[in-house]
Design a protein around this ligand. Structure first.
Ligand SMILES: Nc1ncnc2c1ncn2[C@@H]1O[C@H](COP(=O)(O)OP(=O)(O)O)[C@@H](O)[C@H]1O
Ligand SMILES: CC(C)(COP(=O)(O)O)[C@@H](O)C(=O)NCCC(=O)O
Ligand SMILES: [K+]
Length: 236
């Protein structure tokens, strides 16, 4: 089985992958005798990742770090400087392309940051946006103003706010919803008759998914991307 690792700015996620199935991995007790390779993606420095890679090396297990390339199969990256695109964004696009071949879609990965990426039905990444994640949006306001406060219990909803925590939380949510609506315009301009598939991932992906009918949430999207990236890179 493979050990797949996704290191974000908030947390490290790890799963064991075997015969197209994933199983959660206890990073404090990894079954090294059963692991054949480690495939990982990392958007920041991580001591925990370094520790796992050291354990892999002492067990003579090969480790592969996923990287963004200009092309992968029919998928084409929008960035001129491809190394600047977050690898988590590229992996989410790879997974979406495999899940919905020949279909236009938008990927929203809502974690520390919220990233929105647009892919057309030919596999061309049209580009995307980086927004502060929902927690970063609210904390930047509570930390940089006198009067804006959170009460730690107000949920994110799309209602108009009638008190401060409501205004704060809902403002962050609707700003994010508005950005996704803007992304849809970039695909509708290309193909007016086709509904756009939206795929959500990340810690706040499930919450955001509930705001968009017929969209999907896939908690394993980046992991699936890691797996496909590895399969495709081997044959490239
Ligand atoms: N059920 C949840 N599980 C994990 N994170 C959640 C959940 N609900 C909200 N979050 C928020 O999602 C963010 C973490 O998401 P994640 O995708 O793991 O981030 P990253 O990839 O940046 O490490 C944090 O801001 C956390 O507060
Ligand atoms: C935007 C991100 C910080 C998102 O990371 P995350 O929220 O998953 O921790 C990451 O994709 C990144 O570091 N990107 C580099 C800049 C870019 O994609 O253009
Ligand atoms: K993200």
């Amino acid at each position: 089985m493979k050990l797949l690792i996704d290191v974000g700015n908030t947390s490290l996620k790890a799963v064991l992958w075997h015969s197209e199935q994933s199983q959660s991995a206890d990073i404090n007790n990894l079954p090294w005798l059963k692991i054949t390779e480690v495939i990982y993606a990392c958007v920041g420095r991580s001591d925990l990742l370094n520790d796992i890679l050291t354990q892999a090396a002492s067990n003579s297990i090969n480790c592969f770090e996923a990287k963004v390339s200009k092309k992968l199969g029919d998928l084409v990256c929008a960035y001129e400087h491809v190394g600047n695109l977050g690898i988590d964004r590229w992996l989410a696009l790879i997974a979406g392309f495999k899940l919905y071949p020949n279909k236009a879609f938008i990927v929203v990965d809502a974690g520390t940051a919220t990233t929105i990426d647009v892919l057309n039905c030919e596999g061309l990444h049209l580009g995307g946006w980086i927004l502060p994640g929902l927690d970063l949006m609210t904390s930047s306001l509570t930390q940089n103003t006198q009067g804006v406060f959170d009460d730690g219990k107000t949920p994110f909803t799309n209602e108009l706010g009638k008190n401060t925590p409501n205004g704060l939380k809902n403002g962050a949510l609707v700003a994010t919803i508005g950005a996704i609506e803007q992304a849809k315009l970039h695909l509708n301009a290309q193909k007016a008759d086709q509904a756009v598939q939206i795929i959500f991932a990340g810690g706040y992906g499930s919450l955001l998914q509930q705001q968009f009918e017929e969209s999907i949430f896939d908690s394993l999207l980046v992991m699936k991307g890691l797996n496909y990236w590895y399969e495709l890179s081997k044959t490239a």
